[in-house]
Design a protein around this ligand. Structure first.
Ligand code: AMP
Length: 380
């Protein structure tokens, strides 16, 4: 599939070719036609997935048909959590937007620097990439108007919420005209994102992109060939001999999660289960204890792990393999975040061998295997 099939105009296609993009990334394949079709979009994708171009290109294409707004009236607003992202996103808009038949001017604004130069640069700007606090300051200063906005993008929405921008975001939504297109991009889903999604998006096209294999490169992965009945002892052996702390263990069922926790506790390892049969209160408390380092092992099912927010996990163990490779990538991606290295261990029984091959193929990486038959697990 090439970019030319996505309905982008010839001048944009020429710029895409010049930029060195040869084929669209999956998020671009899905998002570009949806956005050009005026749909709201919920994109679940990480940085590195190509999400920026997935909204920049169709927005610029839409601008080719738009009449210019009165001066100091923004037509597209992109909210971002940080200065770095504001600069990065604005650079992509400018790269593609400055030389089109109908050029589009973009400006990045963010806090931590003087507001005056930003106010002075506002003339002729149609796309504003802003952090929420600074946007409100600029509006208070009447630097520009947002009454003409017909497209709103929230980029890295989860990070904006984590940074405490919820109140500012809600205030901003209230200032925008009701009739507009909304695009929300987030690396993770969760309760807060659901709230924003419900508030903002109308019948959104949902696009979910698994973490890109190459971003898993910083994670050391090992597979352990192990017989089913030796999994429990092997887990305890690994945890005890390596004095592991903050280990996230995945099982496929609620029952298995409880059994693993029970056995760990019986062997003097602090552990707690996180699954759908636990109350929200118990889940929050389990997570709090785990984050605080009060318990060494959290045993979770896939469902319960969605939206888990733990900044850095040194170790993830797949006690049982998930059925879907996507879930596997999601699990493994919980370690080695933000440049820190991590280890992901997978227990593989004889019955799992073929399935594990499929997972590795989907992941685009082969995992070193260790035979555990010779391990003396006596007493674990
Ligand atoms: P992003 O996830 O938007 O931060 O993009 C990650 C990187 O991928 C950026 O450096 C982009 O320039 C690059 N990129 C985006 N789309 C493509 C593509 N279709 N082909 C090659 N590189 C791309």
């Amino acid at each position: 599939m090439s970019f030319s099939k996505l309905g982008l105009s010839a001048p944009l296609l020429a710029l895409v070719a010049k930029s060195g993009y040869t084929a669209p990334y999956p998020i671009q394949l899905a998002a570009i036609p949806a956005i050009m079709g005026s749909k709201d979009v919920l994109g679940v994708a990480q940085t590195g997935s190509g999400k920026t171009a997935s909204f920049v290109l169709p927005i610029l294409q839409q601008f080719q048909r738009k009449a210019p707004a009165p001066n100091r009236h923004i037509k597209a607003l992109v909210l971002v959590p940080t200065r770095e992202l504001a600069v990065q996103v604005a650079a992509v808009f400018t790269y593609f937007g400055a030389h089109l038949p109908r050029p589009v001017k973009t400006l990045a604004v963010f806090g931590g620097v003087s507001i005056n130069p930003q106010m002075k640069q506002m003339g002729g700007v149609e796309i504003l990439v802003a952090t929420p606090g600074r946007l409100l300051d600029l509006l208070d200063n009447k630097a520009m108007q947002v009454s003409e906005i017909d497209i709103l993008v929230l980029d890295e929405a989860d990070k904006m919420l984590n940074l405490g921008f919820k109140e500012e975001m809600t205030r901003i939504f209230g200032l925008l005209p009701a009739n507009r297109q909304n695009l929300l991009f987030s690396a993770t889903l969760g309760k807060d994102i659901d709230t924003i999604t419900e508030m903002l998006l109308r019948n959104p096209v949902k696009i979910e992109i698994a973490r890109e294999p190459e971003t898993l490169a910083s994670i050391k992965q090992v597979g352990y060939h192990v017989a089913e009945e030796r999994k429990g002892p092997l887990l305890r052996y690994l945890i005890k001999t390596q004095a592991l702390k903050q280990v996230l263990v995945f099982t496929s069922s609620v029952h298995k999660a409880d059994t693993v926790v029970h056995k760990l506790k019986g062997n003097g390892v602090s552990a707690v289960a996180l699954h759908s049969q636990k109350s929200q209160g118990a889940r929050t408390e389990a997570l709090r204890q785990f984050k605080a380092g009060d318990i060494a092992v959290l045993v979770a099912t896939d469902l319960a792990s969605r939206g888990l927010d733990i900044p850095f996990l040194p170790m993830v163990i797949n006690y049982e393999l998930p059925r879907s490779p996507k879930d596997f990538i999601h699990r493994v991606g919980r370690t080695g975040r933000a440049g820190a290295s991590g280890t992901a261990i997978s227990f593989v029984t004889q019955d799992d061998v073929q399935h594990f091959r499929v997972i590795q193929k989907k992941m685009g990486a082969w995992v070193d295997m260790v035979e555990t038959e010779g391990f003396n697990l006596h007493g674990y």
